[in-house]
Write a new protein. Structure first.
Lengths: 365, 282, 286
């Protein structure tokens, strides 16, 4: 039976592809530690085979949410369902969910092979089956030659692969990854991001990936769930979340942006001398304009675009692009990203399309 | 980073003291073990292995050594039996009471040895608390004489003294087990029971070995408990040494026994050190 | 580090079982002491059940027991001197172990720990031999010698642990800012080690006050407290000894609470410090 995937409560609704099924359903889940409410009313669905990232700052509750799904914490409210039955009353060792821990948590007294075989041995699988499956998964993570090594003797990146293998060999319905790449250096990280993505596509298991790095989330995910102070800010695909951020927080957290606090009167938004047409209602409104949407004006101005003159205050070289801080005639400062140029005039004629001014909600922390 | 003067100032005094008051005395002990004593109680500096030979041939000495090792072994087993589940409980199940329970285990360690040994003396005697209690409850009709002045009394007393000693390294080892490993084990499908045997126990072995070593070595060389509660049947090797330096006046022989014990203890430590290394993963 | 789980009943069962075991062990550890305390008030003497004629007589007797209090004074003097020697030598020893590589370092480290692990009488006996060789008379001085030597390693271990925890960069910063080694030692190193030194002091004090094995052979005319108690025990058991024991117990209680508060303030894991003793025996790194 095909269903539409429905996303978070207070966030924008996004319909996933019509042919995907819901694997995991988090329904109005809440969690508190003492007087500290870490998660309030979280509702989220994970589709089969999807790569979902839970993105948030430290303290946002993302790891707690993961631990609730894994079974290391109990919900204080709400329910979690998986494949038609209730998951949350079950202890972790009964759930068909496996976790890749942030610091890998490999058993130091067991070899790589024995670590990976652990889950199978515990279920008393026959020895030849264990051998076959472990070897198979070690090939998948490219660690076959390390089967007899001890975890203390292999590098961080290698430990991470073993941790992955150890989880995957059990063929879980869902794989949870708790910031698995955060301990790796930048280059290794990028490499692993690609490998993980490819791996996930190959095996087809749903991955729920927790991270605080928005670039990482954007690179790898089918969908991103942005968590802020225990509530879901927005759940959407990377493209949508970037181009159509629902809230000011989302707009600033993912990528960079200029937030224009404008006053809307009769379909025109006005901020610091800039005006553009909008369908937002009258009153104050916040608009997000990405730095790369502001370009150097060429030719005649068109109807839907906003043109203005600005002085360049500072430049930051970023390789392929250059980030300029400019100041308008009214003294308003904006960030503008232009393709890398050797020389930039001190005064520029800039423009952006009205459609690039995305209205966003302000949310309280 | 540190100047030569600093390094000298910092290493020389302790080194000098240790050489003078630790190394030299131990060497003296060794030297004495090769000397002998005349019937008129004079120590003669004739070098030879006579003391060691005497140790091997005189049945009393071997017998007492064997008994001492048996007592030490019993104490070790009992204290491990008591300390291991205790350490497990305090480390993994105690929750908010963890600190308090830990302190409660440590407190007896700080209370005088003499006091604790004396306590057992008053409890186990014929007129002691235990006997009179049992008679009061009509469980027995007359005092159980074997309770005091026996190897049993020594074992009980020493177990009481050394269980907290055994507890400490076991507890430290258990505390060092990252809790994430337990979570990972659950995550992979192992029940708490399976996790206990497959993860917790293997990782606690170095602590258990250290605790056992402590108990064994310290019990083996103990001389106070046998004197207080051991009686003639509970004499241990250290008591023999003490008497050889006292009434039985044969310093060289006493030194020889001490030297043997030192070798034994050092060998034991060496062996358990390798064992601990082999099983040390965290 | 407690697991926030209360899932299935078998885990709770096992927790329950080990809770029972724990209670029994605590009973074993404490009942003898409780008996001792109770019987220090027993009018009927050392044994006999049930205790009757509760009285403070034994404490009164204790208060008037001059020889005993003399021995307490002796013990105090010895303990304080032992602290001075142990820390006076243990501090540089710890610094040396931490920072200097010298020939025989591994031997030194093991040698220093021997008195802790070998039967005390051996250390006492060997020191006796040295004393006889030198021709020194047995007295409180020889006892101080014995205690100080035996307890150096306690100071060394504690202070070494404190050094390992301390931030080396602070000393480098001090040197960088113009202070010389001596000033750095006083202004930076020592304050950082304050907790370790005090902790070591407390521990050494307690161990010295209770020390029998080493003292046994080095005693002259003046007794220390444990040896005084010991000589009375040879003559026979009296409830006055129960009274002394109770007082000693209360005193030890105060000591350990003090020590623990200190440790907790310093953020140390107590088990690690004491359990590190066997580990120190086995460490190979210089």
């Amino acid at each position: 039976m095909n269903e539409k995937t429905v996303a978070g409560a207070s966030a924008t609704s996004v319909a996933a592809e019509a042919s995907t099924r819901v694997l995991l359903s988090v329904r109005s889940v809440a969690k508190r530690f003492g007087n500290n409410i870490v998660l309030r009313d979280i509702s989220l669905d994970v589709a089969e085979g999807e790569f979902l990232s839970i993105l948030g700052e430290s303290g946002s509750g993302k790891t707690t949410l993961l631990r609730l799904i894994a079974g290391f914490e109990r919900c204080d409210g709400g329910e979690i369902w998986m494949a038609g039955e209730r998951l949350d009353p079950q202890p972790p060792y009964q759930r068909q969910v496996n976790t890749v821990f942030q610091n890998y948590a490999l058993f130091p007294h067991l070899s790589v092979f024995d670590n990976v075989a652990y889950g199978l041995r515990v279920k008393k699988a026959p020895a030849n089956e264990i051998k076959e499956r472990v070897e198979q998964v070690l090939v998948m993570v490219k660690m076959s030659s390390f089967a007899n090594a001890s975890p203390a003797k292999i590098s961080g990146g290698q430990q991470q692969r073993v941790a992955l293998a150890r989880a995957l060999v059990n063929r879980p319905k869902l794989l949870l990854l708790d910031e698995p790449l955060s301990a790796l250096d930048a280059n290794l990280r990028r490499q692993m991001q690609v490998e993980l993505k490819v791996l996930q596509r190959e095996i087809g298991i749903a991955f729920v990936f927790v991270t605080h790095d928005q670039e990482e989330a954007m690179t790898m995910s089918d969908r991103i769930a942005l968590l802020r102070a225990g509530e879901l800010e927005q759940v959407a695909t990377p493209r949508e979340i970037y181009a159509q951020p629902a809230t000011a927080y989302t707009a600033q957290f993912i990528g960079q942006t200029n937030l224009l606090h404008a006053q809307v009167t009769a379909g025109i938004a006005e901020c610091a001398g800039l005006r553009w047409p909008t369908s937002e209602p009258d009153g104050p409104g916040t608009f997000s304009v990405r730095p790369e949407s502001i370009v150097v004006a060429v030719g005649a101005s068109s109807n839907g675009s906003v043109r203005f003159h600005a002085k360049v205050i500072s430049r930051i070289f970023q390789g392929a692009a250059e980030l300029l801080q400019v100041e308008t005639a009214t003294g308003y400062r904006l960030n503008v990203r232009v393709p890398g140029a050797k020389t930039v005039a001190s005064g520029l004629e800039l423009e952006f399309a009205a459609s690039d001014a995305v209205p966003v909600r302000e949310t309280q922390a | 980073m540190f100047s030569r003067a600093y390094k000298l100032a910092v290493s020389l005094p302790p080194l000098a003291w240790v050489v003078l008051f630790l190394l030299t005395p131990y060497l003296l002990l060794l030297v004495y073990s090769f000397w002998s004593v005349t019937p008129s109680q004079q120590i003669v500096h004739t070098w030879g292995l006579q003391n060691y030979l005497e140790l091997l041939h005189v049945r009393v000495y071997v017998g007492v050594l064997v008994r001492s090792m048996r007592i030490a072994a019993s104490v070790t087993m009992l204290s491990l039996l008591l300390a291991l589940p205790l350490a497990y409980y305090v480390s993994f199940h105690a929750g908010k009471k963890k600190d308090l329970l830990y302190q409660l285990v440590i407190i007896p360690l700080w209370v005088s040895y003499l006091v604790r040994a004396y306590a057992w003396k008053t409890i186990l005697g014929s007129d002691g608390v235990l006997n009179t209690l049992l008679q009061y409850l009509h469980v027995t009709s007359h005092p159980q004489g074997y309770l005091l002045y026996s190897p049993l009394a020594v074992v009980l007393t020493l177990t009481h003294i050394y269980t907290p000693f055994a507890f400490l390294p076991i507890y430290a080892a258990l505390e060092h087990i990252p809790r994430k490993l337990v979570e990972a084990s659950y995550d992979l499908g192992a029940t708490p029971s399976q996790t206990f045997w497959r993860v917790i126990v293997p990782l606690s072995i170095p602590g258990v070995v250290a605790g056992a070593t402590f108990s064994f070595v310290l019990s083996l060389g103990d001389f106070l408990a046998p004197l207080l509660v051991g009686g003639p049947s509970g004499v241990m090797i250290s008591n023999i040494v003490v008497s050889l330096f006292g009434a039985a006046y044969n310093w060289p022989l006493g030194a020889a026994i001490s030297a043997c014990m030192m070798v034994l203890v050092v060998a034991l430590l060496f062996a358990t050190e390798r064992l601990e290394k082999k099983w040390s993963f965290t | 580090m407690e697991l926030h789980m209360s899932f299935n009943s078998s885990r709770q069962e096992r927790a329950g079982l080990s809770a029972v075991h724990t209670t029994l062990v605590f009973a074993f550890l404490y009942l003898p002491i409780v008996v001792l305390i109770v019987y220090s008030f027993n009018g009927g003497g050392v044994g006999g059940f049930p205790p009757r004629n509760l009285t403070l007589d034994w404490y009164r007797q204790l208060a008037q027991d001059t020889p005993l209090w003399d021995s307490v004074l002796n013990s105090l003097m010895v303990a304080l001197a032992a602290i001075a020697i142990s820390i006076g030598l243990g501090l540089p020893a710890a610094l040396a172990l931490d920072r200097v590589s010298f020939p025989g370092k591994a031997l030194f480290r093991r040698l220093v720990l021997l008195p802790l692990i070998l039967p005390g009488i051996m250390t006492g006996l060997s020191l006796l031999m040295l004393v006889v060789l030198i021709g020194l008379k047995l007295s409180l001085i020889t006892i101080i010698l014995g205690h100080g030597t035996a307890l150096i390693s306690v100071a060394t271990t504690e202070i070494f642990a404190g050094l390992q925890k301390a931030d080396r960069a602070q000393e480098e910063a001090s040197l960088d800012l113009g202070a010389n080694y001596w000033q750095t030692f006083w202004r930076v190193t020592l304050p950082n080690l304050k907790l370790s030194i005090i902790g070591a002091g407390l521990l050494i004090f307690t161990l010295s006050m209770d020390e029998i094995a080493v003292s046994f052979f080095l005693i002259g005319r003046d007794n220390t407290l444990p040896l005084e108690i010991w000589s009375r025990l040879r003559r026979g058991m009296t409830p006055e000894i129960n009274a002394i024991s109770t007082v000693i117990f209360l005193f030890s209680l105060i000591m350990i609470v003090l020590w623990y508060r200190l440790r907790v303030r310093g953020g140390e894991e107590v088990a690690d410090i004491v359990a590190a003793v066997p580990r120190r025996l086995h460490e190979h790194q210089s």
